[in-house]
Design a protein around this ligand. Structure first.
Ligand code: NZQ
Ligand code: ZN
Length: 389
């Protein structure tokens, strides 16, 4: 391992089917005014809302609500939430939902005491907060993003067709605590479950397919990837399998809580492509990644053959005997493709609503990141997007 780094992750996790009880441990640490933030209503159907509200009442909290946080939360919704949190003089933002709700709570947290426009400051100029931020707690109901234990907050501006993620530099933006009860994920529709599974897997890929140094992170990543593939097959057959869903939940957290990126370079181009597709289509995050992944990886494979070969052997058990490195590397991606199809992932952006005439705009909205085996230019992005149609 060659990189220099610091590592701190202050999020306290409570994991398991009784973890919500620990909300009683956390709430007394904060003031009386809580803003409860949730999505489009799934938590009202499955009873999580009632359980959380009861605990808030038992702890004598004064609660305001921000409801209707949509998947891929928008900048207008952010402005609305900032007003609610200000009006309520919030002491704690409690996010109950998936990555969208959790990301949104972090975006409100950095915006409540900010005098400038948060979209311009945090998402266009990528500045860090210089105001006081609010503590965020999270009760997670959807698995995939890792938002429960990181400082990322992705916001979409539908008017300008930009979907931008800001990973805040200061770990104080990470949730103060997160409650992870795998049972809460059992009501997820199959489409969301598998989209989340691919999101986990791709987070690991983005941090794995970069650099050629020998580092501990890559070994951790291979273990996590094997666990995700194993648990996903069980969950796909039987979505009610608690053990598999529990492993997926834990793997998701570790895939993107900053651990496996320490001391190494990372790529993130699949996310940059997927986010721009999302800005045009409002499609489910994990599906946008699935739809662009193979055209991207097949394109960059020749520039990173050794890593793709290692992936094939160590993650997919491809037998390298009698084959060239490139053949082994390609077989790894073929194995990944079969697994993706087995799960029922969306394998092209057409199915997500993207059309040929959008390609130029999607390419323009794709942030080009260094770190991958080949830094793409606009023409290469266009070709990859066309391959993804
Ligand atoms: O809104 P409700 O009614 O709650 O329904 C949600 C939503 O429709 C539903 N859902 C969640 N939990 C459920 C449930 N339905 C039934 N039972 C449950 N237990 O699932 C749908 C999707 O939820 P959402 O929160 O949008 O999904 P996800 O967790 O995938 O979050 C996606 C957002 O996170 C961002 C994405 O870009 C996207 O905006 N990301 C955040 C990252 C981070 N913070 O580091 C990294 C990721 O790469 C990602 O970009
Ligand atoms: Zn993701």
């Amino acid at each position: 391992m060659l990189g220099n780094f610091s590592y701190c992750n202050p999020t306290k996790l409570y994991f398991g089917d009784e973890s919500l009880d620990y909300l009683n441990t956390e709430l007394p640490k904060y003031g009386k005014n809580v803003v409860l933030i949730y999505g489009g209503g799934s938590i009202k159907k499955n009873g999580i809302y009632d359980a959380v509200v009861k605990i808030l009442k038992d702890n004598d909290k004064n609660v305001a609500e921000i409801a209707g946080v949509m998947p891929n939360p928008t900048v207008d919704k952010l402005y609305e939430g900032v007003e609610t949190a200000r009006g309520h003089q919030a002491d704690l933002l409690l996010a109950v939902g998936g990555g969208s709700v959790c990301d949104y709570a972090k975006a409100v947290s950095v915006s409540v005491n900010c005098d400038e426009d948060p979209w311009e400051k945090y998402y266009l100029r990528f500045e860090e907060p210089d105001c006081e931020t609010l503590p965020v707690g999270c009760v997670l109901t959807m698995v995939g993003t890792g938002s429960e234990m990181n400082a990322g907050a992705v916001i979409t501006n539908p008017k300008t067709k930009q979907k931008i993620g800001h990973v805040f530099a200061d770990e104080k933006i990470m949730p103060k605590f997160a409650i992870l009860n795998p049972k809460y994920t059992l009501t997820l529709p199959h489409y969301q479950m598998v989209a989340g599974i691919y999101d986990i897997f791709n987070h690991i890929c983005e941090q794995y397919f970069s650099g050629d140094d020998d580092n501990t992170s890559d070994y951790i990543s291979e273990g996590l990837m094997r666990s995700v593939v194993h648990a996903s097959r069980i969950a796909n057959e039987n979505p009610q399998d608690y053990e598999a869903r529990s492993n997926l939940m834990w793997a998701a957290t570790w895939a993107l809580n900053t651990l496996v990126s320490r001391g190494k370079s990372t790529d993130w181009m699949v996310h940059m492509l997927g986010q721009s597709v999302g800005a045009y289509t409002d499609a489910t995050h994990g599906m946008t990644l699935a739809a662009v992944s193979l055209p991207y990886y097949r394109y960059i494979l020749p520039y990173g053959v050794q890593k793709f070969k290692r992936f094939a052997v160590n993650v997919w058990d491809v037998n390298p005997e009698g084959k060239t490195d490139e053949q082994v590397a390609k077989e790894g991606l073929t194995a990944m493709e079969s697994w993706m199809k087995e799960l029922g992932l969306v394998m092209n952006i057409t199915e997500l609503g993207a059309t040929e005439d959008m390609i130029g705009g999607i390419a323009d909205g794709t942030l080009i990141m260094p770190g991958g085996y080949k830094v793409l230019n606009r023409e290469e992005i266009i070709n990859i997007l066309k391959e993804s149609l």
